[in-house]
Design a protein. Structure first.
Length: 248
């Protein structure tokens, strides 16, 4: 799989690579990039811009839902090469900069190598340079509420996956960018549809469930996760299904 780009809401494009996705929000001539895939996804990221008739020169800002390697992949490169602001929640700054790492440990993954799906997934993501992400040297932190970037997304803190994980609401476009607050598909999960990521990927499962409940009250027609296809339906329905499918 190279990259699939689908306009899931007005001027909101969901770009999906094999293991992760990112979002392009266009506003006139400018583009806001939300997340950037793995480091090895850079050619696919550039291709996703080309598929909507844009280039990195059209980017005005980068927003990060959180600081995991599969989301910060090309953010530092783009910041440095194009002078772009990279914005992340203030509680996620240390993780994005590599000063405090909140992610599944190597020891946990090693204990799971008896699973063939884990071996295949791990081989794939190592080829995508997951073990060598370029951490952010400079970030522009935010807290909560509307952000002054193209598309005017509203930052909704959704901690649990990481301490500073943030979702982004586009009320004027009927879209909710959920990041890893929920997923609809993953190489290590058999069933599809809205659900929490497996517990070993999350910092605090109880907090992750509480954050999902917060998203359920938002108005949108599509929920865009960081993993899996977009969910065509309301956040309320997506959250209900995710909580029902996730272990207590």
């Amino acid at each position: 799989m190279q990259v699939e780009v689908v306009e899931v809401a007005p001027a909101v494009y969901h770009a999906r690579a094999k293991h992760v996705s990112w979002v392009l929000i266009t506003d006139g001539a400018e583009v806001t990039l939300v997340d950037s895939g793995y480091p090895g996804d850079r050619p696919r990221l550039i291709a996703s811009l080309e598929k909507i008739g844009r280039s990195p020169a059209d980017l005005a800002a980068i927003l990060l839902t959180h600081g995991h390697p599969d989301h910060i992949g090309s953010a530092e490169y783009l910041r440095r090469a194009h002078g772009l602001p990279v914005r992340v929640h203030e509680r996620e700054v240390a993780n994005a900069r590599g000063q405090r790492i909140e992610q599944v440990s190597e020891a946990t993954l090693l204990r799971m190598l008896w699973r063939p799906d884990v071996v295949v997934w791990l081989f794939d993501v190592l080829r995508l340079k997951a073990a060598r992400p370029e951490r952010l040297r400079d970030v522009d932190p935010f807290t909560e509420g509307p952000l002054d970037v193209p598309g005017a997304p509203v930052a909704i803190p959704t901690p649990g996956h990481t301490s500073g994980h943030t979702s982004f609401h586009l009320p004027d476009r009927g879209a909710l960018l959920a990041g890893d607050a929920l997923m609809t598909g993953h190489a290590l999960v058999r069933q599809g549809g809205p659900q929490l990521l497996p517990a070993f990927f999350n910092t605090d499962m109880a907090q992750a469930r509480e954050s999902l409940r917060r998203l359920g009250g938002l108005a949108a027609d599509v929920v865009i996760p960081g993993h899996g296809p977009a969910f065509q339906g309301s956040p309320e329905l997506a959250v209900r299904q995710a909580l029902d499918r996730s272990p207590r």
